[in-house]
Design a protein around this ligand. Structure first.
Ligand SMILES: Nc1nc2c(ncn2[C@@H]2O[C@H](COP(=O)(O)OP(=O)(O)OP(=O)(O)O)[C@@H](O)[C@H]2O)c(=O)[nH]1
Ligand SMILES: *[C@@H]1O[C@H](CO)[C@@H](O)[C@H](O)[C@H]1NC(C)=O
Ligand SMILES: [Mg+2]
Length: 439
């Protein structure tokens, strides 16, 4: 009797095992092929500048494929869907795993569960930047986006060529969009005195100020300050993550930074901060003070003035967030306070009569127009843009996130960084181990 039922159990187990093997074999060979073509297709986004196609993009595909990947799918590509057993509803509810203690933290295979934000990567680039931006994209994809498949918008003052589109769309797991910048957004406004601007460039060239003699660099800074967020393609999104050529990401990004921003009511974020080169912005603070006087209604209560000034706003200490990395809210940049600030600066002409960078412009705006809790520091996003590195403080964080940066390179607590100041004005406790990284 006992032996008989044991045999039955054995048969059942054997049958179960057999069917599991059949299911796995057929499933993986079935999935492998269409998945590859699927992710290729996802990469082939629209290729025209006027394109506004947001339908059936990566968001749809991502949520369709979303599901916990079974461990057996470890050999397939990042886009393996595993068993799509979880319903749409469940995924939208799935909480984010922010630390190793949270469920789902270790699940870095397959498409990430959870909702997708209305978000895109954005890169301003020239055709000649193609291989440098390819490096950046590859790292962003490997460390994060292969599991999230967010779109990527490329903007250029000239049409993108076929090579640029082919290389970038093959690397991005979401949809790609290529936009040309309207002439009005990349030229001298009529109120700028050309002779005066030219003399400034000649003078700065003599004084060897970096990019001091460049016209295109000035158009670039003005564009990033006042226009990228209102390009027709960008109007389709609420959140952006800016990526420049030749940057590096050193750690896994386990959770969705866009969703983190949305759920924690953040509007702007940074990983590196430092003092601006004074010669490029001698009158930026004068223009800012004039704006504050003319628009007191735009200045937020509980702002971050303490980050910018050591004397209550009289003078600027030149601290700014380094804007070549940003995750931020586009609707904030499109809001009246920000637009009024940009237009006030633009009228004063400092993008051309000096060499105002978009980093101090964004930073001053974020510090004055937002509440201080709305600016976030991503300690866990490790980043390099020549010549500075943000490598997370804390050995446990670095090993948990499989970081490959050298902690000695971390710029955060060194004398030329403003990140200590950010921590102080926000009453935040500095991460453990910061004392050993101060020089
Ligand atoms: N389309 C276009 N993009 C540009 C131009 N100049 C700069 N960019 C892009 O604007 C961004 C900032 O330019 P960078 O040359 O990286 O300026 P930077 O970061 O201050 O200086 P680097 O140390 O050289 O990186 C990058 O994404 C560039 O690809 C230009 O003339 N046309
Ligand atoms: C995304 O955000 C933009 C800008 O706010 C909005 O116009 C658009 O309708 C949003 N799209 C979705 C799918 O929510
Ligand atoms: Mg750069």
């Amino acid at each position: 009797m006992a032996a008989g039922s044991a045999r039955i159990v054995r048969y059942i187990l054997l049958a179960f095992f057999f069917f599991a093997v059949v299911y796995f074999v057929s499933h993986s060979s079935y999935d492998g092929v269409p998945l590859t073509t699927d992710s290729l297709r996802a990469g082939k986004g629209s290729t025209t500048s006027s394109e506004k196609d947001t339908s059936s993009g990566s968001k749809g595909a991502a949520s369709k494929d979303a599901g916990k990947s079974s461990s057996s799918s470890g050999t397939s590509f990042g886009s393996s869907p595993g068993t799509p057993s979880t319903s749409h509803q469940d995924l939208a509810e799935a909480p984010m795993a922010l630390t190793p203690a949270d469920a789902g933290w270790d699940n870095l295979l397959g498409t990430a569960p959870g909702p997708r934000m209305n978000a895109t990567f954005v890169t301003l680039a020239r055709n000649s930047d193609v291989w440098e931006i390819a490096r950046s994209i590859r790292q962003v994809e490997d460390r994060f986006n292969r599991r999230y498949n967010y779109d990527w918008v490329f903007l250029n003052d000239k049409p993108f060529d076929a090579t640029f589109k082919k290389v970038t769309s093959s690397l991005v797991s979401g949809k790609t969009h290529y936009g040309e910048i309207p002439k009005e957004h990349w030229s001298f406004p009529e109120w700028i005195d050309q002779d005066k601007a030219k003399k400034v460039r000649e003078d700065m060239a003599q004084r060897k100020i970096i990019y001091g003699d460049s016209v295109s660099y000035r158009h670039m800074c003005r564009y990033e300050s006042g226009f990228f967020f209102r390009h027709p393609i960008m109007n389709n999104y609420e959140w952006y993550w800016r990526v420049e050529p030749s940057v590096e990401l050193f750690c896994d990004v386990h959770y969705d930074p866009f969703r983190f921003m949305a759920e924690n009511k953040k509007k702007y974020s940074f990983v590196l901060s430092l003092y601006e080169y004074v010669e490029t912005i001698p009158t930026l603070w004068d223009s800012t003070k004039k704006f504050m006087k003319n628009h007191p209604e735009h200045i937020a209560e509980g702002n971050s003035m303490g980050f910018l000034s050591d004397d209550g706003g009289d003078s600027y200490n030149h601290c700014h967030f380094w804007s070549n990395f940003e995750v931020g809210n586009l609707n904030w940049l499109r809001s009246q306070p920000y637009i009024d600030y940009f237009e006030a600066l633009d009228k004063d002409g400092g993008f051309f009569y000096e060499r105002w960078g978009d980093a101090p412009v964004h930073s001053i705006a974020a510090s004055l127009l937002l509440k201080k809790e709305e600016i976030h520091f991503f300690n866990d996003i490790a980043y390099y843009h020549v010549p500075f590195t943000h490598c997370p403080t804390g050995e446990k964080v670095r090993t948990d996130l499989r970081c490959h940066c050298n902690p000695k390179d971390n710029f955060d607590w060194k004398g030329y960084s403003c990140t200590s100041r950010y921590f102080e004005i926000n009453g935040l406790e500095k991460p453990e181990g910061y004392e050993n990284q101060q020089d």
